[in-house]
Ligand binder design. Structure first.
Ligand code: NAG
Ligand code: NAG
Ligand code: NAG
Length: 271
């Protein structure tokens, strides 16, 4: 199964990368040194690949000086946060000027992750003080990411807008209850499963890696005692016997125990 699916997956990925890739966001952003940290974070989180698979996006880019503690977030949280900076539509300053009622609700890539709750996957952009203010569409979210400039655009496929600071989406990193939950007591149990649900999925992946490592560690530990035993002995002759002898007794003992168990079980069943 796994042997046949791996090449299939690989060829699918290659096909996908070559046919669906509209642009290379890493290369495009690479031309703007003010956004180099943001660019690195897009690659680090794996979001750059997702962006490249799309035909129409608006990227709300954070300048190096305003990236703040995003660099210290886990790749998973980072990817969620950055996904709220990718609007699945084309918006350049001219289109923002034409917004009906000078406000709009925008769908972000985070909405498509299936992890978004409430309005976490949407942004609210509103004209204010001669500029545009971006923020999470979640009720009560602070909105103060100001449009600073149009970094580049290629109508109607990609637009990169420079914003003053990261968009803060309530509850996106699981540290905050997703708003308007009733009393504190009901709040804690209700909010934590929501916040933990994605984390558990990741944890489910993590143990498999640990399990894969675990046997290796055991194997590594097994020869170690014999080496320790070698060290005091010092003599090369003394090295060989303990190493050879060490494994057989344990496996032989296991065999004896299991055989003994088998005999006992067989006796019980037969009796
Ligand atoms: C995108 O551009 C970067 C920088 O030029 C390069 O390292 C990377 O391989 C490119 N990715 C794709 C999918 O072409
Ligand atoms: C650019 O956008 C148009 C309309 O959204 C889309 O049909 C086209 O495939 C996009 N071009 C690329 C290179 O993705
Ligand atoms: C965006 O938020 C403002 C202020 O809360 C609100 O007046 C406006 O209706 C919102 N825009 C949309 C499209 O929901």
């Amino acid at each position: 199964m796994s042997r046949s699916t791996v090449p299939l997956l690989c060829s699918f990925l290659i096909l996908f990368a070559s046919s669906a890739s509209a642009f290379n966001i890493t290369r495009i952003l690479g031309q703007y040194p003010d956004y180099s940290t943001f660019n690195e974070l897009l690659s680090k989180s794996g979001l750059a690949t997702d962006i490249n698979s799309r035909g129409t996006i608006t990227l709300l880019a954070i300048p190096n000086g305003a990236v703040g503690d995003l660099t210290s977030k886990s790749d998973d949280v980072l990817k969620r946060v950055l996904a709220t900076h990718v609007v699945l539509d084309y918006y350049d300053p001219m289109k923002l000027q034409r917004m009906k009622d000078k406000t709009a609700k925008m769908t972000t890539m985070y909405q498509q992750s299936g992890k978004a709750a409430y309005d976490q996957g949407f942004l609210n952009v509103t004209a204010r003080d001669g500029s545009f203010i971006f923020g999470s569409a979640v009720v009560g979210a602070q909105r103060n990411s100001k449009l600073e400039k149009s970094v580049m655009n290629q109508p109607y496929n990609i637009s990169i807008l420079g914003i003053s600071q990261p968009i803060v989406t309530p509850g996106i990193d699981g540290t905050m209850a997703p708003i308007s939950a009733p009393p504190p007591k009901a709040n804690t149990p209700k909010s934590s499963p929501v916040a933990e649900a994605p984390a558990e999925e990741e944890e489910a992946e993590a143990p498999s890696e640990e399990e894969a490592e675990a046997p290796a560690e055991e194997e590594a530990e097994a020869p170690a005692p014999s080496k320790d035993a070698d060290a005091p002995a010092g003599a090369p002759d003394a090295d060989a016997p303990p190493a050879d002898q060490a494994p057989p007794p344990s496996s032989a003992a296991k065999l004896k125990v299991s055989f003994g168990l088998f005999v006992v079980l067989a006796t019980i069943i037969l009796a």
